[in-house]
Design a protein around this ligand. Structure first.
Ligand code: BTN
Length: 415
């Protein structure tokens, strides 16, 4: 909302900066419209344009050169104003649908903006031509002359505007993106939501839901939790440096959940590398890391399910579940947990970025499987493993077939 108001104000101010040359009005409006198309969602972009036009038509002098009033609709240049709707629509059609998979923000914006500029010209030209020939008595106006009036003089300036807007967008798209914390009463899966919408949210955005209809667990399993009983949330990672450490992110998230549970007084909390948190030998939290990749990894989503107040669980859980309530006997306020956990996770992720994370130490000191012999599937074969530690890269070190091996998380599943 704040961003919408900011762009509406910018649109008005940029319309005031206007130089009139005959029928031509050189303004900075279009630069703002391209920015609106790039930074706001489709709905918000259309709303800002609709509000701007409505303000102008009811008489507030917001159009180019302080124009306003219902009569402005019959001015030859009004087509270039309602044509802004097409700029917003086409830009979104390109960036959100047709070029969705293109990783390069700059090219995406340049292509979308150039097509939408052509559409704007088509609308502005048709409107201007019809107004001049039908209403203003210039029936002898040729199409060529109209082109010279309404289009030709603007072309170099308008191209400059969308190039500038595209550069600003590609540079600042992650800075101005909206809300960092989003709550849903019901959703299919918070991970799926962020996978689909990662482009429009900032690094470290946080999405939680009271209920997930299609909650996902690791290895294609389901993740089910009763409505408003447990915490289900996802954190979006877009920072380039953090994306280089993608597999470690789930260990860091695990270390954060461990610290939180220890802080609230839970005893016997341990981390089962790479993704689970256990209390007294029962699973209290699972972590699912998913990524969005095109030519490279564009985003990672850390999905966390923490059992909080749930006391009964359906049959058939792969690991025996528990919850904070079952372990402590007290009911907790989900809003408090959300706030504290988000803060701790953010701190832990930033400490990873700054090279001062202690996740290796935390996991090694609280390793659920440490010195345990257990069965696993390693590289597709059933094996017995004695878990030793995790190393500085976050990989597991264990003894399999008498040899010490370094194991990455994709190579192994525990029985
Ligand atoms: C596991 O199998 O242990 C991982 C479970 C991860 C569940 C969380 S709940 C929030 C996020 N959204 C999902 O659909 N899954 C993760």
């Amino acid at each position: 909302m704040t961003l919408d108001a900011l762009f509406l104000a910018l649109l008005i101010v940029s319309s005031f900066i206007s130089i009139d040359v005959g029928y031509c009005k050189f303004t900075l409006q279009l630069l703002t419209v391209f920015l609106i198309a790039n930074f706001l969602s489709l709905a918000d972009g259309l709303i800002v344009i609709a509000l701007y036009i409505a303000m102008g038509l009811i008489g507030i002098p917001v159009f180019a050169g302080f124009g306003g009033g219902i009569a402005y609709a019959a001015s030859p240049t009004f087509g270039f104003v309602y044509g802004f709707f097409f700029v917003i629509l086409l830009n979104h059609l390109f960036s959100d649908v047709l070029l969705k998979r293109m990783g390069n923000e700059l090219w995406k914006s340049l292509i979308g903006s150039s097509v939408s500029l052509i559409a704007l010209y088509a609308v502005g030209f048709t409107h201007g031509y019809l107004i001049l020939t039908l209403l203003k008595g210039k029936s002898d106006l040729t199409l060529g002359a109209a082109f010279g009036l309404f289009i030709a003089p603007y072309i170099p300036f308008d191209i400059a505007k969308f190039v500038i807007a595209s550069f600003i967008t590609s540079r600042y798209v992650n800075v101005l993106l909206p809300s960092r914390r989003i709550h849903f009463n019901e959703i299919d899966s918070t991970n799926t939501y962020l996978k689909k919408n990662y482009l429009v949210y900032k690094n470290l955005s946080f999405v939680d839901a009271s209920y997930q209809k299609k909650g996902k667990g690791r290895l294609g399993r389901k993740w089910e939790a009763d409505k408003d009983e447990s915490l289900m949330f996802s954190v979006l990672i877009k920072d380039k440096k953090l994306l280089q450490n993608a597999p470690i992110l789930s260990l860091v998230a695990g270390s954060a959940v461990f610290k939180y549970l220890s802080q609230i007084g839970l005893k016997n909390v341990s981390i089962k590398w790479p993704n689970d948190i256990y209390v007294n030998g029962k699973k209290i939290c699972g972590i699912l890391l998913e990524s969005v990749s095109h030519e490279k990894v564009d985003a990672v989503i850390i999905g966390i399910g923490l059992n909080v107040n749930q006391e009964t669980f359906p049959e058939g859980f792969y690991r025996t579940p528990t919850s904070i309530r079952l372990e402590t006997g007290s009911t907790m306020d989900l809003r408090d947990i959300k706030k504290d956990l988000y803060r701790i996770i953010k701190e832990e992720i930033l400490s990873l970025k700054e090279g001062r994370s202690d996740y290796v130490k935390v996991i090694n000191e609280n390793n659920y499987l440490k010195d345990e012999k257990c069965f696993c599937t390693y590289k597709g074969e059933k094996k017995e493993i004695k878990v030793l530690r995790i190393d500085d890269e976050g990989d597991l070190v264990g003894i399999i077939d008498g040899d010490e091996k370094k194991i990455i998380s994709d190579e192994i599943t525990f029985e």
